[in-house]
Design a protein around this ligand. Structure first.
Ligand SMILES: NC(=O)c1ccc[n+]([C@@H]2O[C@H](COP(=O)([O-])OP(=O)(O)OC[C@H]3O[C@@H](n4cnc5c(N)ncnc54)[C@H](OP(=O)(O)O)[C@@H]3O)[C@@H](O)[C@H]2O)c1
Length: 373
């Protein structure tokens, strides 16, 4: 992959505006197979999932509804996209979503019709249009502050990587670890959710930086993957008893950096084994996303924070929108050099998006969870 191209893509993500890459403008002939179908009136019919009930506890199939929608004819300046890959992510459970709205989500989509010369038919875009098969777009930014970006053909990586290692989870792992934890050679790093989209990259990046890395995962099979294939030094299956003892065994010299994807009691247990001036990057709290307020409890963390003089900082990846290209660029380079590996768990069929989402929340996925249409 050309790093320049990655930088250029990301500069478009950052800009918050629609622009187009010069090389895309120069060559835009492409054959595509559209899955859209035409109604008797000649308009395109797509599908979408809307939120029918607010999620309460673990999401239920009845919380979402699959609807068909007939799309109007394109106006000047608009273009029609068809989703190719949709990303299922924990934030779709954690973020507030209004009943009746299309469920939040990002995708890689193919332009199948266009009345906007900057968005020619056949190109692929990355955007945040929700769980929909088809989208009529114009020059407005998509949701969550991310704008629509065309993927140049010269990018020699699978399109789905733009939802994972070269997309939001990759930037989260890179900046969330390097900026907040600032891991040093020889230090011990612990990451929870270690076999997931973000966690599997965090651990590999920490290894690149010369750290001893312990991943916390929900099964021994995941542990085998992160140690044998990704180079983690050890793993703990948090579903086994005596987490604290297992951690002492895996990190006998204590923990210097903790990348927290899950929150809850496990996080407190890890913080109790941190070294003086340890750093904690709080990325997410998936252990409690499906809990009610009363259920979500963990022991206090102030004692280790005071006596070990720890630094704990939460973040949203959007804070680095203006530096997005640095992280994508670096991840792309490491990918090219074989220092970073990407794995995806792909569910086929738009109608199975909700299933893919709940599978991800249950931990079925290894690496990035994605739906292929
Ligand atoms: N701050 C930000 O800007 C930002 C951006 C992206 C993601 N995030 C957060 O980062 C975290 C990871 O996201 P991701 O996209 O990489 O998801 P992911 O790790 O690919 O998928 C979620 C994983 O969470 C684990 N999990 C589920 N319930 C759990 C529990 N009760 N305790 C411990 N682990 C549990 C499962 O793995 P196991 O089989 O190991 O349980 C599952 O595979 C999430 O908390 C997400 O909200 C934050």
């Amino acid at each position: 992959m050309s790093i320049n191209n990655v930088q250029r893509i990301v500069s478009h993500i950052r800009s918050g505006q629609f622009r187009i890459l010069n090389d895309v403008l120069r060559s835009h002939t492409c054959v595509y197979n559209s899955k859209a179908y035409l109604s008797s009136a000649g308009t395109v019919t797509g599908q979408k999932f809307i939120l029918q009930n607010k999620f309460k506890g673990f999401p239920k199939e009845s919380d979402v509804k699959l609807l068909e929608e007939e799309l109007p004819a394109l106006q000047d300046g608009q273009f029609l996209c068809e989703s190719v890959y949709i990303s299922v992510d924990p934030y779709q459970r954690a973020y507030y979503q209004r009943v009746g709205d299309v469920v939040l989500g990002s995708q890689v989509a193919r332009i199948i019709d266009s009345k906007n010369p900057r968005y020619p038919v056949g190109k692929h875009v990355i955007g945040n249009y929700g769980w929909k098969t088809h989208h009529i777009l114009d020059d407005s930014p998509s949701r969550l502050g991310f704008s629509t970006v065309i993927i140049p053909e010269s990018v020699n990586q699978p399109l789905s990587y733009f939802l994972g290692i070269l997309g939001m989870p990759g930037v989260t792992a890179n900046f969330g670890l390097l900026e907040i934890c600032q891991p040093k050679h020889g230090e011990t790093v612990v990451v929870t959710g270690a076999a997931g989209a973000v966690g599997s990259l965090v651990g590999q990046i920490a290894k690149i930086k010369g750290c001893r890395v312990i991943g916390v995962v929900g099964s021994n099979e995941k542990g085998d993957w992160i140690t044998k294939d990704l180079g983690f030094d050890g793993f703990i299956n948090y579903k086994e008893d005596n987490f604290s003892k297992l951690l002492t065994k895996q990190a006998p010299n204590g923990v210097d950096c903790y990348f927290d994807n899950v929150g809850g009691e496990i996080s407190t247990q890890i913080m109790r084994q941190m070294n003086l001036y340890g750093r904690i990057s709080v990325c997410g709290a998936i252990a409690v996303y499906n809990s009610t307020k009363d259920e979500a409890k963990a022991s206090i963390v102030q004692t280790p924070m005071v006596f070990k003089q720890l630094k704990m900082e939460g973040f949203l990846v959007n804070r680095w929108l203006n530096r997005w290209n640095e992280a994508v660029n670096e991840n792309a380079q490491w990918l090219k050099e074989g220092k970073l590996k990407s794995r995806e768990t792909i569910t086929k069929g738009f109608e199975n998006t909700f299933q893919a989402f709940t599978d991800m929340l249950k931990g079925v996925n290894f690496g990035k969870a994605i739906v292929e249409l």
